[in-house]
Unconditional design. Structure first.
Length: 451
């Protein structure tokens, strides 16, 4: 099979699973919107906090994909298994940090000036979601392993099946019935907890019994922490986690700042951000697939095939991003009505924001793929610096000034569009910088002989 076919098949399989997982959030948004407008606004703030924490921690685990793919390329199967077991210690550290942040988010909510009538509801929602974080991180490690092995299909089946459980469970617990009282938005959170732990149980069973994992000897007793291995994890994982935290918070903190503008603005932004997250699954899937292929060929000592995989991924990503943006522009009103039902104010606000989302997505897709490919070459710290300057400084900072202080000739806009416009500019600059950096890294790379 050609490199393009291999990447497309891998990415397509990952995409189905990612969309199934993303459908958790889409379903919760639809359910909350029909339960009460306040529930949708609470979800906007609560999910922003949860995603900011979880995505950064999962990135620390997911950053090991190039390591495991390269070991596979070098045909060092047992070393893959040992590395995976050591990653359990990494997950444990992430659990402690993440659960602490979710259980005690009060300083962040006060700093963002979340309206008092939403604050307690957000705290209750996050307290439930904290119980799902350990399972979510462990399943992310299992997912990353399968992607590194070039066999993501089992993860996709599990994610798709979990959606079949998640949606009816969320509806039942939110609205109540059959002797269960209506829990409101907390019902969606409890459904997420149940499904995530079910996924971990199934993943553990697969690791123990499936022949795919036998050559890697994964199901063994976990060794004591190997500090040399963990330091190597940290050198790649910590800058990656921080970079993803900056990337995601530049996006999710918009919800906290926009919450000051009222329920309609927060609900409109929630719809736009949810669709943005769904669209992001395409470049994310391509990034995982391309990173796995590039790292595999680098481990095998075939620099020419690694470059071919890289160029193929860039072409596919740009094409699909432009197609997605066009569909979004043409269907923006219908999509807004799908989420907001018969609320004309929210529909109008969300439809206007989706024009910005289309531009935002193209830049986001390109920078996302580039940063995955840079990690395949061991480059993690420089993207962190770029994110801090551009996404936090130009994007989030510029959006805040445009919305509440005014910037140059523009008076304060007091609309979510201020944040989306500034964020789009920041992502376009980031994509340009990462493309130039990737070009330089690839040109200076010297292939190593396969071990």
């Amino acid at each position: 099979m050609s490199e393009r076919g291999t990447i497309a098949r891998h990415a397509g399989t990952v995409l189905v699973g990612q969309l199934a997982t993303m459908a958790f959030g889409v379903a919760d948004t639809l359910i909350a919107g029909r339960y009460a407008p306040e529930a949708l606004a609470t979800l906007s703030v609560g999910s922003a906090v949860y995603i900011s924490i979880f995505v950064a921690l999962q990135a620390m685990v997911q950053a090991q994909l190039p390591v495991w793919a390269e070991l596979r390329g070098r045909r060092r199967g047992p070393e893959v298994g040992r590395s995976v077991r050591q990653a359990v210690w990494l997950c444990g550290a992430g659990m402690v940090v993440g659960m602490g942040a979710l259980l005690f988010p009060d300083p962040l909510l006060r700093w963002a000036e979340v309206p008092p009538h939403l604050e307690q509801q957000v705290l209750d929602y996050l307290a439930v979601l904290a119980l799902s974080l350990p399972a979510a991180l462990l399943f992310r490690a299992y997912s990353t392993l399968n992607q590194a092995l070039g066999r993501p299909v089992m993860v996709t089946w599990l994610q798709a099946a979990s959606l079949v459980v998640k949606v009816p469970l969320s509806i039942w617990l939110t609205f109540g019935g059959l002797g269960v009282p209506a829990m409101g938005l907390a019902g969606c959170a409890w459904a997420t907890v149940i499904v995530n732990w079910l996924l971990v149980a199934l993943a553990g069973w697969a690791l123990r019994t499936h022949s795919l994992y036998a050559p890697y000897r994964i199901w063994r007793a976990i060794e004591r922490p190997d500090w040399k291995t963990l330091r190597a994890f940290a050198r790649l994982g910590v800058p990656t986690a921080l970079a993803v935290m900056v990337e995601v918070t530049s996006f999710t903190l918009m919800a906290l700042f926009i919450a000051r503008q009222g329920t309609v603005a927060a609900a409109s932004h929630q719809i736009a951000s949810n669709l943005t997250a769904v669209l992001y699954m395409v470049p994310l899937s391509l990034g995982l697939a391309c990173s796995a292929r590039v790292s595999y060929w680098l481990g095998a000592g075939d620099d020419r095939r690694a470059r071919e995989a890289l160029r193929t991924g860039l072409r596919i990503t740009l094409l699909l991003a432009c197609i997605s943006a066009a569909i979004l522009v043409l269907g923006r009103h219908g999509l807004a009505r799908l989420y907001a039902g018969d609320n004309p104010q929210v529909v109008q606000g969300a439809a206007g924001l989706l024009l910005w989302v289309a531009l935002y997505h193209v830049a986001d897709a390109m920078q996302a793929l580039c940063v995955f490919l840079l990690r395949s070459f061991g480059v993690a710290t420089r993207p962190l610096v770029v994110y801090c300057v551009l996404l936090w400084g130009v994007g989030l900072g510029g959006g805040y000034l445009l919305a509440y202080r005014g910037l140059g000739p523009w008076p304060p806009l007091h609309t979510p569009a201020a944040f989306w416009g500034a964020g789009g500019v920041a992502l376009a600059l980031t994509a340009a910088v990462f493309t130039a950096l990737l070009w330089r890294v690839v040109r200076s790379h010297r292939p190593a002989a396969a071990a």
